[in-house]
Design a protein around this ligand. Structure first.
Ligand SMILES: [Zn+2]
Length: 492
């Protein structure tokens, strides 16, 4: 670098990536022919950033320096997407050009992200949470962010945050004329869930118990029943009884949401996602440019509810196999692959046939055998195999159950929590006698080894739900009843 070149560097982050977000923005201003270059695999919006920045600097009353400006985004081998580099590049140019004081910029490490409009306003960007999480691990605890991204920063007590709406506000923080805010410790009490309450569900005691078992053990589940039997309502109630989760899982899950929606505060409860069956494969599994997580990843740590399962796009349903098996989804992009965590619990619901009344005691099914088979075949065997619980739901006459008062969600939630705790610390034992019963019974059902493993898991959950130290005969019987139906159902 020649003596008359001016140089400055600022820490930023790549909002398009969950795993390697740290990016160093380096600015060199050299005398000579005006030439503006961004290097380091800039994509779309990043390549155009200098045009936006020039307009923003002038609008805010600064000078866009003469000469050749080179912006290097390091490391050079990862693609840089999105507009989050606008603010660090603009501040880097002002610093290299000595238009602002650099004392604070040099004396502590800052993470800076934000998009600039032509009139120098700072707009929220995606991916702020993974960036702060990564910076935090490197003990970098001062950040400048768009005001709209402040909710993401509130998950990090002790973090110093300049949450700015305009380029000038960012300069004021860096020059020390305005102090950044320091994030306090958040309350530990999660807000009440807005899910409907199980006390509103009349006459479906069995199904409700099964949903509570599923919540406690994290089992995948398929409910099948005629329209109007209350499947959807019951599954929505389940959202209110999901077990608590750890801060590290909450952070991991919120990072995925932050990549999709700027300004997402730390998720206080497990997510409950309910995409419509018209969702595209990319919408469900992730995709697009820049790459964004899909519903399977937004459900990470929580529930993915697919209502009307056979109506989903076949490619989307097939794509569920990888996340169901491995708890992650691999997406190919122009430059290699990206993995997003997607360890969710699948809850699916469907009608038993296209008209909805197959097996119904009160109405006749109007479908042909062939139509029924085709409908069932839309859900592949391998997908059914990954569903531990298969629950038929019947229509009930609420008038016949008026004398019963259903158990409220708050009671189920306590039971789910203690069951989950027991499964994690002292899971019930399956002794030899019960294991033999299991093998004998499933041999007669002709189910796969995967199904057997599912029944075994389920039996432990039932036992823990009943606060038993070992799996007893009736626990096993319930598990076989709920878990042993997949192949028979799938065969239609
Ligand atoms: Zn039918």
């Amino acid at each position: 670098m020649s003596a008359s070149s001016r140089y400055f560097r600022i820490q930023s982050a790549n909002p398009s990536s969950l795993h390697v977000p740290g990016v160093t923005v380096e600015i060199v201003i050299s005398p000579g022919i005006p030439r503006h270059t961004v290097v380091g695999l800039p994509q779309g919006a990043v390549r155009e950033s200098l045009d936006r920045i020039r307009a923003a600097l002038v609008s805010a009353g600064y000078t866009f320096p003469r000469g050749a400006i080179t912006v290097n985004l390091a490391p050079a081998d990862t693609r840089k997407d999105g507009s989050a580099f606008d603010l660090p590049i603009a501040l880097g140019i002002l610093a290299a050009d000595a238009q602002i004081s650099t004392r604070l910029l040099r004396s502590r490490a800052w993470l800076i992200m934000g998009e600039l409009t032509l009139d120098a306003r700072v707009q929220p960007v995606e991916g702020v949470m993974p960036a702060i999480l990564d910076a935090n691990k490197q003990h970098l605890n001062s950040v400048i962010l768009p005001r709209g991204n402040l909710p993401e920063a509130t998950a990090f007590p002790g973090l110093h945050v300049g949450a700015v709406r305009h380029l000038r506000e960012a300069v004021e923080i860096l020059e020390g004329t305005v102090d950044p805010i320091t994030i306090g410790v958040a309350s530990e009490i999660p807000p009440l869930s807005e899910a409907p309450d199980f006390s509103t569900v009349i006459g479906q005691d069995n199904c409700v118990r099964t949903l509570a078992l599923a919540a406690a053990g994290g089992h995948n589940m398929l409910l099948s029943g005629p329209p109007g039997c209350g499947k959807t309502l019951m599954v929505r109630c389940m959202e209110g009884i999901l077990p608590s989760w750890s801060r590290s899982l909450a952070l991991e899950a919120t990072c995925l949401h932050s990549l999709r929606k700027p300004g997402t505060a730390l998720l206080e409860r497990r997510p409950f996602r309910r995409p419509h069956h018209s969702v595209s494969a990319a919408g469900l599994l992730g995709g697009g440019t820049p790459l964004r997580p899909g519903e399977v990843s937004l459900a990470h740590g929580g529930v993915l509810f697919l209502d009307e399962l056979p109506e989903f796009h076949p490619g989307a349903l097939e794509g569920l196999r990888e996340p169901l098996e491995e708890g992650k989804v691999t997406l190919s992009r122009a430059h290699g692959v990206e993995e997003f965590p997607s360890d969710f619990q699948l809850i699916a619901a469907m009608n038993p046939c296209p008209c909805g009344y197959a097996g119904s005691p009160d109405r006749r099914c109007s479908c042909t055998d062939r139509r029924r088979k085709l409908y069932r075949a839309r859900i592949s065997g391998p997908l059914l195999d990954r569903i531990d619980m298969h629950v038929p739901v019947m229509r009930v006459d609420p008038l016949r159950h008026l004398d019963r008062s259903p158990i409220p969600s708050s009671d189920w939630a306590v039971r789910v929590e203690t069951t989950r705790h027991r499964l994690g610390t002292a899971p019930p034992v399956l002794e030899k006698e019960e294991e033999e019963t299991l093998i004998k019974t499933v041999a007669s059902l002709g189910v796969s080894m995967r199904t057997v493993a599912g029944i075994r898991r389920l039996a432990r959950t039932v036992a823990a739900f009943e606060q038993a130290d070992r799996v007893q005969r009736d626990h096993l019987a319930e598990a076989i009843r709920v878990g042993g139906q997949s192949r028979r159902e799938g065969a239609g």
